[in-house]
Design a protein around this ligand. Sequence first.
Ligand code: CUA
Length: 399
Amino acid sequence: MGLSPFRQEGPTGKPSATSLSKPTRRRSSLKNRSVLFGLMAALFLLVVGCSKDGMSTWEAFGPVAQKQLDLFNVLLWTMVAVFVIVEGVLLYAIVRYRRRPGDEKPPQIHGNTSLEVVLTIIPTILVLGLGIWSVFTLFEIDEAPTTGPDALHVNVTGHQWWFEFEYPDAGNGKHIITANELRIPVDRPITITLESDDVIHSFWVPKLAGKLDMVPTHINTMWFQADSDKIDDDLPITLDGQCAELCGLAHALMRFRVTVMEQAQFDSWAADYGPPPTNTDRAKKGQQVFTTNGGCTLCHTIDGPDDPLASKSRLDPFLDGENPGPVPAPNLTDLRTRQTLAAGILDLSETSLRDWIHNPENVKPGNYMSERAALYQNGTANLNDEEIDALVGYLLDLR
Ligand code: CUA
């Protein structure tokens, strides 16, 4: 009797009228409320997760993201179907075959060969099918198309904590190095090489392609394209991207933007790429602050692509941990044409640029500018208001 899986019910085992008194009812209403709360929380997460803004992967603007989204949908809905069927059968069995008063002990069985074969074959087919679909998709999106318009190539380098974009040839042989804002022409494949100067970062623009790691001493490649027929808004449009690999203190503030533009707009940006004009008094004064008083040129280039030797002279002491010393820093040549500041965290304006120069630590804790540059003492720039104003003017005038 002690080994029986069935609870023996004596006359005292049955619920009496008094056991359905208040505490039980209170417990069940508490349970109902918990279930309701749980459902509402799940619904909230579902609705929030389905938003197509910002970093959502539910909206694809190009062929790579679209194929990845299609694969995700196949995997997701197949798994949802399996879950619903399995849980449905389980619930049906629990309810339909529950023990009722007076039931006899059911017949005891062991094994059912045909059932076991069926329950092995179905999951095997499912897993193999989804696996094959995944592998084929990986091969399909691996290489940029060789027919159609020429690909535009960009080298992307990850730094703590910003992105460097280099166009070896942005058109007519123009060599461009910029930071944190990638401009791409619409309807044209963009081929990308990814690497890092310090630690592992990850490059991710959800609406264009899945994430890929940026690894020191190793080059990864990817490609994507923005299709005009998938974008409803007028060009140019700006897409959000961010570093997707924990890379140190300011990882969460390591963002970037991708601006999709018409080829003509892209060409005009590329043609205008060059040092800021100095045809106002403020800009002339600012140029002097930038090159002399501030010592900004030790780390920042402002008159075109960085010289590889200069980049090396910044990187070596940085990797050695020399303090203070130059560090790899964003190229500022086209700053006046950008929308954001400090790796995509602030909208670029005179005010935000002034705040950033004055005290970068307030904006982006952990940044190397306020830690390494001799200009900064106790986190604050050793410049008077007039000098900061001139510097802002130099960087932004005539934009
Ligand atoms: Cu770079 Cu996270």
